[in-house]
Design a protein around this ligand. Structure first.
Ligand code: SF4
Ligand code: F3S
Ligand code: FES
Length: 249
């Protein structure tokens, strides 16, 4: 038999809402998503929540738990004091659809705006060759599960809808960095593109995005800072970019 614990869950839609109090049974080993499921199975069958894998891999169950952006399925109830009220609210940066479900299409729009990978025209499929060191460099960024916790956390757009048009956010920056480090990507100068079209200059390296990433991707140190530094380099030496592409092939 579990223990009764106190919860506050935000209920509402795009017209507004409020925190609702619940007392829910908690068992050993459970995570916050288990509690949401218990609520749905008992007193709140219409509570809306997005989830899929319950294994920290689909990126669907992003929510704010006691004000911290987290995955519901990876946040153990044992993280909290037994007497603590656990407050669950939707991601703040994106428009609410209902209860804990937000409209994250901003992130997909920004992804679509990023020019796709394009190998050199003279290279036929099957002729692509990459050094293992180049594979490994971008491997970290491929771990992204698109939970958008980083996008939700970044102060440039959190509470600043007006910046969303010009700022693509940390998830887009790791994609830009990944393509920039790809020796066969010939389409764009990704760093200049990130600076001119993705709002890289808005980032002032607070590292909040890195802190909340459930995949522990070093977004700021390994993607954003190298891109910013090399934009500065390039101002003095335009051959740096060209050389980095030619010699890595
Ligand atoms: Fe989530 Fe990390 Fe990907 Fe951002 S970079 S969307 S926090 S997995
Ligand atoms: Fe935002 Fe991350 Fe930069 S939180 S300000 S993108 S370091
Ligand atoms: Fe898939 Fe939480 S349900 S990451």
């Amino acid at each position: 038999m579990g223990q009764k614990r106190q919860f506050k869950v935000w209920r509402g839609d795009e017209t507004g809402g409020d925190l609702t109090d619940y007392e829910v049974e908690v068992n050993e080993g459970e995570v916050v998503l288990d509690i949401i499921h218990r609520l749905q199975a008992t007193e709140a069958p219409d509570l809306a929540c997005r989830w899929n894998c319950k294994a920290g891999k689909c990126g669907s169950c992003s929510m704010e738990i006691n004000g911290m952006p987290r995955l519901g399925c990876m946040t153990r109830m044992s993280t909290f004091e037994e007497t603590e009220t656990v407050t669950v609210t939707p991601l703040r940066t994106f428009p609410v659809i209902r209860d804990l479900v937000t409209d994250v299409s901003f992130n997909y729009e920004k992804a679509r705006e990023t020019p796709a990978f394009a190998p050199p025209k003279d290279l036929a499929p099957g002729e692509y060759r990459m050094q293992q060191v180049d594979v490994e460099r971008s491997q970290e960024f491929r771990k992204c599960i698109e939970c958008f916790l980083c996008q939700n956390t970044c102060h440039v757009v959190r509470d600043h809808d007006e910046n969303k048009k010009a700022f693509s956010g940390p998830r887009s920056f790791i994609r830009a960095a990944e393509l920039d480090m790809h020796p066969l990507d010939a389409r764009e100068d990704r760093k200049t593109y990130a600076q001119q079209h993705q709002g890289l200059g808005y980032c002032n390296i607070t590292k909040c995005c890195t802190e909340v990433c459930p995949e522990h991707i070093k977004i700021t140190d390994n993607a954003i800072i190298p891109m910013k530094e090399r934009v500065v380099d390039r101002k003095y030496d335009p051959l740096v970019w060209l050389g980095s592409k030619i010699f890595r092939r």
